[in-house]
Every structure is written in structure tokens, then in C-alpha cells.
Design a protein around this ligand. Structure first.
Ligand SMILES: [Zn+2]
Length: 312
């Protein structure tokens, strides 16, 4: 496959301490520098041939990223040719004494860099294990290794070692595809479980706001729309209950102006998605479902179904 390099790189200083080519990229190995250095300083450390060491990337104390060995080549980083032939190695600036803690800016960039490496190299999920045998033999999908597996070293230090599971979870959250997608100006929603676009159902956003995806698979973002009875399912699989059939009002005034929020109470409606009705003056909504939804009861004092010409 064709290898690429990270667009997150701020500084390039290719080290002579490398071997051209590699076997593959299917592993991430995170190291600690044992020093709160910049990416320039780390580049100078890896510059002399006498050093006999390098890494693919380094992250400075300030969160900037250095590249010292391109991803297509093997770095000399983990005391293991076999590991470095398949791993992208990353040195992270750290304190000089245990637990060899890393600053927040460097940690935050580490998550972004590892997610970028995984995305570009087809690593769909990071898997960590606290068991050395599982790591070095890549059992159960484990694809994170540490320097101490291959040499009598404490690297990556207690601070990073204890956070490897957390790092994997943070990276995996970034690798998960966004269920929301744009289709022209319209939003669609892909079920995280099935990967298929959904239609005629309620979905809940990350921020806990519910949206309705119409029968045509397009999110309803303003006006009145008729919702068929459907069952809402929370992302964790919990049943959110049945939303009864009826007319619902969606407003279009939230911060990005694209997503709609259903609300209850008496509201003035100036446009409608109902084909029979272009303008409605006042509609009364019945609060439902913990007050988060409103079902349209009347429009201009008449039953909504009469006014809107809804089939009975
Ligand atoms: Zn190391």
C-alpha cells in the first residue's frame, strides 16, 4: 500500500537512524521522552548517527508534532525490529521523574495524532491490553505495544502506561463514523448499529436533543410534519418508548439553524411542511414525553387533523 504522513506535523527533521521500508502499519507504540522538550530539540537528539535511535513522530511539551522518520520507513525506537517494522512509534515529551507525566497539550495532540494515523492506515479500532503476552503476540486484536515489552525500561512511564486504555477509548471515539451526514442541504442519520440510513423515526443527538427523520429519510427541520407512530431507541439500546402518530412542530432557530427541535406549548407557525397548508397562524401543542415533545392538537382553534387535511 502507499504510505502517507500525518498532516498534523509542525516540524520535520528526518533522522539518519532508520531503515528504508517496513512490513506494514498495524500497531501503535507510544513512548515517553523523559524530558519536557520541544520537537526541535527531539529532532536534534535523533540527528547524530551515533545516537542509533529515532521515532516516526514526536510530540513536544506544547503539543506540536515533529516527524523524524516517515511512516514508510522503520524507526529505531522500541528495541525490536519486529515491532518497529509494523508500528508507528511516537515519542511524547514527559517529566523526567516518575510517573513521567505528560502535559495536557501533548496528551490532547497525542489523541488527534493517533486517530489520524489509524484513519490513514486502515486501523479501525485501537485495542489495549494490560497483559504483556497479549500485547507482544497481538492476541485478541491487541494493536498497542510499549517499549518495556522489549527492553528493560520503564518506558512509556507509569503516567502514560496507566492511560493506554483511556487513549484507546478516546481514539476509538474519533474513529467511529459520525452517524449524521449531509445530503445537499439536508441531514440524514445512519444507524450506528446497522450502518443503514433510518427513516420515519426519532433519533437522539449527542447533546440529548431528539430529531425526527421523515419517511423520506430526511431530517425534518422546520414547520409541521406528520409523524407516524414509531419507537425510539436510545443509542445504548434502551427503549425510548413509542411516539404516537400525530402532527409535530419543529422549530428551526437553534444555533446552527439546520437541526430542528420539537417543542410543546402554544406556538405560532408561519410555514408548514404539510402540502395542504402553506400558512398556519396559531397551533396548540400538548406536552408529551417528559415535556420534550409537543403534539399538535388544534390549529387556529380547530382540530389539527381537520385543518391540515390529514387522513382519518
Ligand atoms: Zn521508549
Amino acid at each position: 500500500m502507499g504510505y502517507t504522513n500525518s498532516p498534523l506535523v509542525d516540524h520535520v527533521h528526518i533522522s539518519p537512524n532508520r531503515t528504508p521500508g517496513r512490513v506494514c502499519i498495524d500497531t501503535i507504540t507510544i513512548h515517553c521522552v523523559v524530558g519536557q522538550c520541544s520537537v526541535e530539540t527531539l529532532g536534534n537528539v535523533f540527528a547524530p548517527t551515533s545516537k542509533r535511535a529515532s521515532s516516526n513522530y514526536g510530540i513536544g511539551y506544547d503539543g506540536r508534532v515533529g516527524m523524524y522518520v516517515e511512516e514508510k520507513d522503520r524507526s529505531w525506537c522500541t528495541s525490536s525490529t519486529a515491532n518497529d517494522n509494523r508500528a508507528i512509534t511516537i515519542e511524547v515529551a514527559s517529566n523526567t521523574t516518575e510517573p513521567l507525566a505528560v502535559r495536557q497539550a501533548a496528551y490532547d495532540k497525542l489523541i488527534l495524532l493517533v486517530a489520524d494515523i489509524c484513519r490513514r492506515n486502515g486501523i479501525k479500532k485501537l485495542v489495549w491490553s494490560t497483559d504483556k503476552n497479549t500485547r507482544v503476540n497481538h492476541l485478541n486484536g491487541c494493536n498497542m505495544t510499549v517499549h518495556r515489552d522489549y527492553a528493560n525500561k520503564s518506558c512509556p512511564g507509569t503516567w502514560l502506561y496507566d492511560r493506554m486504555g483511556q487513549i484507546a477509548a478516546a481514539v476509538n471515539a474519533k474513529l467511529a463514523p459520525d452517524p449524521w451526514g449531509k445530503d445537499g442541504d439536508e441531514w440524514r442519520y445512519r444507524s450506528p448499529a446497522s450502518g443503514e440510513y433510518v427513516a420515519d423515526m426519532w433519533v437522539e443527538s449527542e447533546r440529548g436533543i431528539w430529531y425526527y427523520i421523515g419517511a423520506d429519510g430526511i431530517m425534518v427541520h422546520s414547520g409541521l410534519t406528520h409523524v407516524h407512530a414509531c419507537r425510539g431507541i436510545y443509542r445504548d439500546g434502551r427503549d425510548a418508548g413509542v411516539f404516537p402518530a400525530g402532527w409535530y412542530y419543529f422549530r428551526d432557530d437553534n444555533e446552527n439553524g439546520l437541526l430542528g427541535e420539537c417543542r410543546s406549548g402554544e406556538v405560532t407557525v408561519t410555514a408548514s411542511t404539510a402540502p395542504q397548508v402553506q400558512a398556519v397562524n396559531k397551533a396548540v401543542f400538548n406536552p408529551k414525553h417528559d415535556g420534550r415533545f409537543g403534539q399538535c392538537l388544534t390549529v387556529n382553534g380547530r382540530p389539527a387533523e381537520d385543518v391540515l387535511g390529514l387522513e382519518k
